[in-house]
Design a protein around this ligand. Structure first.
Ligand code: ZN
Length: 151
């Protein structure tokens, strides 16, 4: 990855960290799940309103490292308005990016997290919000911890 692209992608993460999108509880949520990443101390709750199979609204709330919070913020912007099938597809794409460092050909915000693959301990930080969102969609808020999630 070129130095310019690395810098651009760092800006995406910094920006989401500084100005988190869709942050806070969602009063109209009909699905909620909580994610916990004890190895880093990250917490993330995801609130969403599922309308049929479409994610009508989605917010997150939490605390933790910059990667976990920026990733959760980006996740909400990616999943809002999508179908649950699209959400799974986007997560699969994101998971490939953070585990292999293979960013998509075209510049996408998801690619901003490609650098995470060099730091395996941080992959859980990057996927925390996504796991919580997928667990919320499945309506299984009981266990959204990444510790027990099979990667
Ligand atoms: Zn973290």
């Amino acid at each position: 990855m070129s130095a310019d692209l690395t810098e651009l992608y760092q800006q995406v993460i910094l920006d989401h960290n500084r100005r988190p999108r869709n942050r806070g509880k969602l009063p109209t949520a009909n699905r909620v799940a909580h994610g916990d990443n004890p190895s880093c101390g990250d917490q993330c709750s995801v609130y969403l309103r599922l309308d049929g199979d479409r994610i009508a609204e989605i917010t997150f709330d939490g605390s933790g490292c910059a990667i976990s919070q920026a990733s959760a913020s980006l996740m909400t912007t990616q999943l809002k308005g999508k179908t649950t099938a699209d959400a799974q597809k986007l997560y699969d794409e994101f998971h490939t990016i953070v585990t292999t460092g293979q960013a998509p050909e075209e510049i996408s915000d998801l690619g901003a997290f490609a650098g995470v693959h060099a730091f395996p301990a941080r992959i859980k930080c990057a996927t925390l919000g996504w796991h919580a969102a997928l667990n919320a969609i499945k309506g299984d808020p009981a266990d959204a911890t990444t510790e027990t999630h099979k990667d």
